[in-house]
Design a protein around this ligand. Structure first.
Ligand code: LMR
Length: 398
């Protein structure tokens, strides 16, 4: 029998999301899945998205196929959001194709790497987003790790990271997070990007940058300054972008793969390989989210409205970080968790034990991913004192 199998454990993040939804407690707090929440705990559709959706529906005259590369207006807007007027764009060295969310893009790139450079290893940061491994390995990619985060110091282990990158065999692939590192919230500085660019150049490493949170750290431009710097230095590079978080389009599966090659001719050639890969995997990406994004970015008023909404989300998360650390400081935990205020984006790692994470969920209905990652957007003003008390009391018992 083919289907006489043992059940598998659920995905660590999505199973937690389901457990949270099923919990009837009025006290429950969702610090799990990386989905933005407002102060009421809701994840509303952005106003700019609602308006653009109405426009998309009113303008749409057919549901016929768009094409393997997806929406070309979307692809052009994503190239410009990522690379602005960088030389790689004016030189015609970038090609962008739409993907089924950032995850779909990661998988396309993994397929491309395993077919064009079989035997290459993709090096990921320790830790990294837990789904990186399964996604990339499902395409047959080999994965290894570089040091990245020093949990005891609450910051990047810079020396360890650079030493490990120096040891990566020539020709391998280095997977970096563009900004808002998931799960640590600890980002590379521009000096780090420069040093990494030098190593990628000298060792012929392919930089592969996962950018799922553009606009969530410091701003749309500042958040891609590092990857732009890298793009100007290396002959080849891949970036995967997600519109799940910054446009709040989670379920619409909207993302892109941008490839930089050595010349415009080489870009045209690599595009044919990307399209062949997409066709073999999903035939074509879904249209709705991409049409919404293209509509927003090509309309001055909608674009400004979206930039304002993005700023509001970013600044709220920054302020929640400050307030949460203040609440923890009042409970004598400021020194231990002060790093949360210095990190960026949606996540930080608390660095607490599995028993403590389980106790917070079972006794206090506070849902935290097993790595001790918290979603900062869930630290709502109304719940902060409850969460800080629960954490202080749980840690005191342990
Ligand atoms: C997360 O890291 O929580 C999000 O990117 C959602 C997911 O698919 O894991």
């Amino acid at each position: 029998m083919l289907f006489d199998v043992e059940p598998l454990p659920g995905d660590p993040i999505l199973a937690l999301m389901a457990a949270y939804r099923a919990d009837p407690s009025a006290d429950k707090v969702d610090l799990g899945v990386g989905v933005y929440q407002d102060d009421t705990g809701a994840t509303p559709v952005l106003a700019s998205v609602r308006e653009a959706e109405a426009l998309v529906l009113s303008r749409q005259s057919t549901k016929s196929y768009v094409g393997i590369a997806g929406s070309e207006p979307f692809n052009a807007e994503m190239t410009s959001l990522l690379y602005g007027d960088a030389g790689v764009v004016s030189d015609g060295r970038v090609v962008t194709v739409q993907s089924a969310g950032g995850s779909g893009g990661l998988r396309v790139v993994a397929e491309l790497i395993t077919s064009l450079r079989p035997g290459a290893t993709i090096w990921v940061t320790t830790p990294t987003w837990p789904n990186h491994r399964p996604l990339l390995m499902a395409a047959g990619a080999k994965i290894s790790e570089i040091r990245y985060y020093d949990a005891s110091a609450g910051k990047i282990d810079r020396d360890g990271m650079m030493e490990d990158i120096e040891r990566i065999p020539d020709g391998d692939v280095l997977l970096l997070h563009g900004c808002c590192h998931n799960p640590t919230g600890a980002d590379l500085t521009l000096d780090d990007w420069k040093a990494i660019a030098t190593l990628c150049e000298t060792k012929n490493l392919l930089p592969f940058v996962d950018t799922a949170y553009q606009g969530f750290a410091e701003g749309l431009e500042a958040d891609v300054a590092g990857l732009r710097l890298l793009a100007e230095r290396v002959p080849e590079m891949v970036t995967v972008t997600s519109c799940s978080k910054n446009f709040g389009l989670y379920r619409e599966r909207t993302g892109a793969v941008s490839i930089i090659a050595e010349s415009a001719d080489k870009v045209s050639a690599i595009k044919t390989h990307v399209l062949k890969t997409v066709r073999a995997m999903i035939s074509m990406p879904p249209d709705h989210g991409a049409s919404v994004v293209a509509t927003i970015l090509s309309d001055d008023a909608l674009r400004q409205q979206w930039i304002g909404e993005l700023k509001e989300m970013r600044e709220r998360m920054q302020s929640l970080r400050q307030h949460f650390v203040a609440a923890l400081t009042e409970r004598g935990l400021g020194e231990r968790f002060g790093f949360i205020a210095k990190q960026r984006g949606m996540f930080s790692l608390l660095g607490i034990s599995k028993a403590e994470i389980d106790a917070l969920r079972e006794q206090r209905h506070i849902y935290i991913v097993g790595s001790s990652r918290i979603n900062v957007a869930g630290l709502t003003v109304a719940k902060q004192a409850y969460i800080a008390d629960a954490l202080a009391e749980t840690l005191a018992i342990a």
